[in-house]
Ligand binder design. Structure first.
Ligand code: TXA
Ligand code: MG
Length: 321
């Protein structure tokens, strides 16, 4: 059930139930981080393998200190500038956070969401909330309450509706590896913003080179239909030349431009003005839409590899694997 009743969400979370909540990045599937029952409920509803750890959401900086041993100096600077916001920090956990939450890692991923309802909720609860993105494991993250309802509505007790997500891609995950500040997932906080503050950082976002974020699997954020990235005009030409086979019905995911010979309802433009923020906001809804209409294959192009474009391209590439 979808609604905007904060009291109801609070009551359900206090009763160790799983509730979908809005954040400014994507919707999360939330439960009491201190309750084994609630945390297990999240893994179950999401069909998530238990080797993949959960992000812990807290109301403020003091609540971070309550669940970690310390905050390394380099990461503390980032927390002061970018929290609340689309940043998740990997910090050494203390005994309050169970191994179930971190999948056995001594580090916990922590974030302070900025969304009004997420904040209000966390301020009213006496515990932090674990909340992975509210999608079945491997599928596209939800950026609207209806996206959650469509896939997980039957499995969870309540979906708190906070409108469309303002950022639209997941948080940027940052930790320290071998003494260096390291980005483990590109996300809603651009790497450039981090580097402007603390200088060059290393970026390690492939699962093979990335033991700290086991969830950053190569194939992720994937629609059910075949998803191909390239030059859209070339891909359309190749499709119309497919020998002897019937031409495939194509869905297009483009940055700015529409294509004349394809039905308008089979096209999604991320931002006709070329605005990367707007493109990020629209990305997952557009992918879901194309996955739902009558097309056989989705073809997409990469965006400029800068700012939020880097997170968008990362998601497109993982969708295409
Ligand atoms: O924006 C976001 O981060 C959203 C909203 C709801 O907060 N959450 C989100 O959660 O994207 P999820 O579970 O879909 O992605 C979290 C990623 C996973 O790849 C997971 O493996 C990684 O973070 N992660 C979580 N805890 C970790 C830990 N202790 N160490 C390393 N990686 C961790
Ligand atoms: Mg996810």
């Amino acid at each position: 059930m979808i609604g905007t009743d904060l009291d109801k969400a609070v009551a359900l979370l206090e009763a160790e139930k799983v509730v979908a909540i809005p954040t400014e990045t994507v919707y999360g599937l939330a439960g009491n981080a201190f309750s084994v029952k609630a945390v297990s409920g999240i893994f179950e509803a999401k069909n998530r393998p238990n080797f993949d750890p959960l992000i812990v959401h807290v109301a403020d900086k003091n609540s971070i200190k309550d669940v970690v041993q310390d905050i390394p100096k380099e990461l503390d600077i980032l927390s002061r500038h970018f929290m609340p916001g689309p940043l998740t920090l990997l910090l050494p956990k203390n005994e309050k956070i169970s191994d179930l939450v971190t999948a056995g890692s001594p580090f916990v991923a922590i974030r302070i969401p900025k969304h009004r309802l997420a904040k209000a909720l966390l301020q009213r609860l006496p515990f932090p909330l674990c909340a992975p993105s509210a999608n079945p494991f491997g599928y596209i993250s939800p950026t609207r309450a209806e996206h959650v309802e469509a896939q997980l509505g039957a499995k969870i007790s309540y979906i708190l509706d906070g409108g469309p997500c303002e950022v639209g891609v997941e948080s940027t995950i940052v930790g320290v590896e071998e003494g260096k500040v390291t980005v483990f997932r590109k996300g809603g906080l651009p790497v450039e913003a981090i580097e402007a503050l603390i200088g060059p950082v290393q970026v390690k976002t492939h699962s093979s080179s990335n033991p700290k974020a086991p969830g950053m699997l190569k194939s992720h954020y994937a629609p059910k239909k075949p998803f191909v990235i390239g030059d859209i005009s070339n891909l359309l030409r190749e499709n119309s030349k497919t020998i002897s086979q019937k031409e495939k019905k194509v869905g297009i995911l483009s940055f700015q431009q529409s294509y004349p010979n394809i039905p308008a309802e089979h096209q999604q433009i991320l931002s006709s003005d070329g605005d990367l923020r707007e493109a990020a906001q629209n990305l997952f809804a557009a992918m879901r839409y194309l996955d739902s209409v009558d097309v056989d294959i989705i073809i997409a192009e990469l965006l400029p590899e800068e700012g939020l474009g880097r997170a968008i391209n990362d998601r497109l590439k993982r969708a295409a694997v």
